[in-house]
Design a binder for this molecule. Structure first.
Ligand code: SF4
Length: 219
């Protein structure tokens, strides 16, 4: 092989490598997508579809004001029609029940039935939560801080709401055992603090531990 051909070959390979250069940011994004896909993959062969499990987790974790079809559609980044179909299928299977909101007769609230709570024990996402449990404390803390911030940035890009919990919310204030939400102008019960909230507004610098489903007695 002549020297000129060799130089051309190396040069082409270098250009190919540069044009396909994967940055750290790309890698992180791809890993997140991979984790999402891997977690959903474990849904295969279980009683519910991946979409139905997502809905069950949402209604198990969301606070009272957020347990609505439109909040679920927003959380799941799907249309209201698709969200309603998923909810309907879960109601038909007896896992979700619909209540009329006491303060607003036009809106509805969805709750897990006792069968719904029972099936959460078999949530395939436990594979992922177990893997997270096995990480060291520092890594878990770093993920706990980075992921809500990332969810907020993504929501900004998509011009939609970011779901989060009270400890990271600017409407939250707490003093001793008393917690208060300035958005709904009401005191919060301890059980409310770890719930997903559609009124969440990201705040810098506040961090609390996020209670797991286990601590809510439904796992
Ligand atoms: S403090 Fe924020 S997250 Fe908590 S209930 Fe109020 S609006 Fe929702």
């Amino acid at each position: 092989m002549s020297e000129k051909i060799l130089v051309n070959l190396i040069s082409k390979r270098y250009q190919f490598a540069m044009s396909n250069k994967v940055t750290n940011t790309d890698e992180i994004a791809e890993l997140l997508v991979y984790l999402g896909r891997a977690a959903r993959g474990t849904d295969a062969g279980s009683d519910l579809t991946a979409a139905q499990w997502t809905a069950m987790r949402f209604f198990a974790r969301a606070n009272r004001l957020s347990r609505t079809p439109s909040a679920f559609a927003s959380f799941n980044a799907t249309t209201r029609g698709t969200a309603s179909q998923i909810i309907k299928s879960l109601m038909q299977r007896g896992y979700l029940v619909r209540h009329q909101a006491v303060d607003d007769r036009r809106s509805v609230r969805l709750d897990l039935t006792s069968s719904g709570q029972a099936i959460m024990r078999y949530d395939p996402l436990h594979n992922l939560t177990d893997a997270i449990d096995r990480l060291g404390g520092k890594l878990r803390t770093a993920l706990r801080q980075a992921l809500p911030a990332l969810a907020g940035e993504l929501a900004k890009n998509r011009d939609t709401v970011a779901f989060g919990t009270c400890g990271d919310c600017r409407h939250f204030s707490g003093c001793g055992a008393v917690s208060y939400c300035a958005c709904v102008e009401a005191e919060l019960a301890p059980a409310d603090l770890g719930c997903l909230c559609v009124n969440f507004a990201a705040s810098e610098g506040r961090k609390i531990a996020m209670p797991s489903l286990k601590s809510k007695g439904i796992s």
